[in-house]
Design a binder for this molecule. Structure first.
Ligand code: SF4
Ligand code: SF4
Length: 466
């Protein structure tokens, strides 16, 4: 049995101006008795390093809102109040709670625990209207992240054969296509061109530590980053193949931007790239209205991997602001159904991205029909970025990030990915699924609110209308 894949997480705080739900503040009447340091098991209260007689400012980012310190402070010196920024940050999709959860996961790499139970709604748009079948959770053999059984999160990228052909002597005559195996169904897809050198370096180091891949514009692949070649997916335009031939030569995967001409010219382009390297080709297709047709046509034409990219709210590209356009969940299901209908599902690997915001979105996207996912904004949030959706998308990078050591930033990205990996293991363990690749298209292991609602109340309301 191969060694278990493990991500080494380590508490790595960043002293930035985070947004909290409840900000914890120590008042002037504190007598520095230190009782709060003893009652808070999350170590939100510490003494000042430069003067241990005094208390440091509380570290709200690790606070789990249990209110114990507030109840036990002999002077009533601690106060928790709604942070005024909480209501403004994020938007209809990137809810403030999501950002806080991602910050915490980057901070400690742990599975998020609210400590007060879940009090939110049980359905919502997109992946929130989908529940996974966790019937195996009651089995004593369930291990999740605790490790008695082997749960494999690896996924394989590339074309697979529908069937094998043997000659009369029993020898295999089918040519088995090359594939690339990644230990986790997540790749990074964050534009690194405008990032400070320490953040760039950290992203590459974290990618190598996780042993996944990152999409990088070919123009940004300088000699200093070539040591990460096996983890870098060079991103090029179809007409740039010759220009970036040396980069393509060293890559395992190469990403090509989609254009309508590729629908007919892809076989020629594939031939051109295969003469340079054995790299598998990813075609980056925007999640537009007719994405199913595009994916099916490219697959019939020999495409190996297609990356479907929705917008940052997980909606169809160019959909109107607000709630217009299909959501990633529905787009993936529709693409998967079309490929199954055309009997070509196994011939293509589907990467889904856009609105993959929380760990549970990864297995849910796979249950809808994706083979793996790509993430961008969660990586930025791990570095302290704030996102605002209204009146338009705005990302605010924390001041001073360019002064933070690459090692610290690397660990925060590793932490976030480690927390997600643990949650994927938990979900798979609870579902009784031991191989991540078996999640793909297993929509029978999920319950979709819209369908249940229609099946339960559809007839009733149809009758009412008559
Ligand atoms: S328990 Fe209250 S008084 Fe004592 S150190 Fe903490 S905040 Fe100050
Ligand atoms: S509310 Fe609870 S978790 Fe938060 S600082 Fe106080 S004791 Fe710690």
């Amino acid at each position: 049995m191969p060694k278990k894949y493990h991500i080494n997480t380590k508490a790595t705080p960043l002293n930035f101006d985070y947004v909290y739900k409840f900000k914890i503040v120590r008042g002037e009447n504190c007598i520095n008795c230190g009782k709060c340091t003893k009652v808070c098991i999350y170590e939100a209260h510490k003494r000042r390093k430069d003067d241990p007689r005094k208390m440091a400012d509380p570290n709200t980012v690790v606070c789990r809102n249990c209110f114990r310190c507030i109840q036990e402070c002999p002077r009533g010196a601690l106060e928790k109040s709604i942070d005024k920024d909480y209501a403004n940050v994020g938007g209809a999709f990137w809810k403030p709670d999501m950002l806080i959860s991602l910050w915490k996961q980057a901070e400690d790499g742990a599975v998020p625990v609210s400590g007060a139970g879940y009090r939110g709604p049980f359905t919502g748009p997109g992946f929130d209207s989908m529940w996974t079948d966790m019937s195996e959770i009651v089995r004593p053999t369930r291990d999740g992240i605790h490790g008695r059984e082997y749960i494999n999160t690896a996924v394989e990228l590339g074309r697979k054969l529908n069937h094998l052909t043997f000659n009369t002597a029993g020898e295999l005559v089918s040519k088995v296509p090359d594939t690339v195996i990644l230990p986790i169904p997540i790749i990074y897809d964050i534009p690194i061109t405008n990032l400070s050198p320490n953040v760039k370096e950290a992203l590459l180091k974290a990618t190598a530590a996780i042993n996944t891949c990152i999409v990088v514009s070919a123009a940004a692949i300088t000699p200093e980053v070539e040591k990460y070649s096996s983890n870098i997916i060079p991103h090029i335009m179809p007409e740039e193949v010759d220009k970036y031939a040396p980069v393509i030569k060293k890559a395992r995967l190469v990403a090509i931007e989609y254009s309508d001409e590729l629908l007919s010219s892809f076989p020629v382009l594939k031939e051109q790239i295969k003469k340079i390297s054995q790299a598998l080709i990813i075609i980056r297709v925007p999640a537009v209205k007719n994405v199913e047709d595009i994916v099916a046509r490219l697959t019939h034409n020999g495409a190996e991997i297609i990356h479907i990219i929705a917008d940052y709210r997980g909606r169809e590209i160019n959909s109107p602001a607000g709630t217009g356009g299909r959501l990633l969940k529905d787009i993936i299901r529709s693409v998967h159904a079309r490929l199954v209908e055309d009997c070509i599902r196994d011939e293509i690997t589907i990467i889904a991205s856009g609105g993959i915001a929380m760990a549970e979105n990864v297995p849910k996207a796979m249950l809808c029909g994706a083979d793996l996912t790509a993430i961008d904004i969660p990586l930025m949030v791990a570095l302290g970025v704030r996102i605002y959706e209204e009146p338009e998308k705005l990302l605010i990078w924390p001041e001073g990030l360019d002064k933070i050591s690459a090692a610290t930033i690397t660990q925060r990205i590793v932490n976030l990915t480690g927390a997600w990996h643990s949650q994927i293991l938990e979900m798979m363990g609870a579902m009784g699924i031991r191989e991540a690749r078996r999640l793909r298209g297993e929509s029978g292991r999920a319950i979709f609110f819209e369908e249940t609602d229609r099946d339960t109340f559809g007839k009733l309301f149809r009758n009412e209308k008559k």
